[in-house]
Design a protein around this ligand. Sequence first.
Ligand code: ADP
Length: 337
Amino acid sequence: MRRWFDLITLQTEELGVLLAREEGKPLAEAKAEIIYAASFVEWFCRGSAARLWRNHPAAGHEILILKQPIGVTTAITPWNFPSAMITRKIAPALAAGCTSVVKPAEKTPMPALALGAGGGIPDGVINILPSTRAHEIGLVLTTHPLVRKVSFTGSTAVGRTIMRQSSGTIKKLSLELGGNAPFIVFDDADLNAAVTGAIASKFRNSGKTCVCANCFYVQAGIYDSFAEKFAKAAIALKIGPPFEPGVEQGPLITSKALAKVESLSATHWPKAALAGAARHPLGGTFYEPTVLVDVPEDARLLREEIFGPVAISTTEAPFGGVKQSGIGREGSHYGIE
Ligand code: ADP
């Protein structure tokens, strides 16, 4: 694993270019993802598996609590972090002594194949299985008796299917699902800090992040000044292709994603847009960073995950959702358990 980490690190540039080309995120963000992806390999090879064995002294005898490698694990991953979502799942599996079958997202198979090819890892230990037939592959991976654990990151709808299919063989599950997280600003907030935080949270990876803030609730006293400053900062973001210097916002992943963002935001409240709410003049799947105010409580925008134009996730911290946003934790010692 250490050697694999070294190889990924040595190839940060090449892997970053491959990722940016396929996912569309700015090159600097793509390279940062490679470093983040490698950090899971490095962290989990630092002996974290050894911490799973515990002795509990008891009166007159000793109780040995033994956690064992579970066996074949699978990882079904999304396109928005096509490298890091894979290492976050398979590095702890490897460290624990498990093999993995990875089904990367059909839109971004290349970073997965590049990661899987490296490191002198013995044949059969990491298996990358790209396919456009997600349904069929998913059915095999969630019902095959040899598969003991399924780790999935993606939509709540597919997560539900995976849970149902896995029940036949009582597989262990980790599910990282969607959600719609609000960002709350009170009257006594430091306005500049709130706007900086809001921009980082909403527009990281052009909003294509499952922990992006989806909506903003702002207390009345600060509402107008926050909205104005936030819209100004959104308009100032530099949009463009991943390889152009200084670009902060890339395109959306597909024209279907563009149509979804458009249907959620553009047409309903034309007067509500302080910024954007339109396709970007660059064409393709570029969409302008958009700030809408006075959105009604019952709008779809406030219920569905947007995934258009966050943060707070590191290797050492457990990461995971609550309620219908997920089961299990990734990263940290919880990740290997
Ligand atoms: P997104 O909207 O982020 O693409 P999905 O949940 O559709 O979210 O996709 C996440 C991952 O799940 C992708 O790798 C996709 O191919 C896979 N997937 C989609 N449908 C199924 C399914 N029925 N069974 C297993 N995997 C699936």
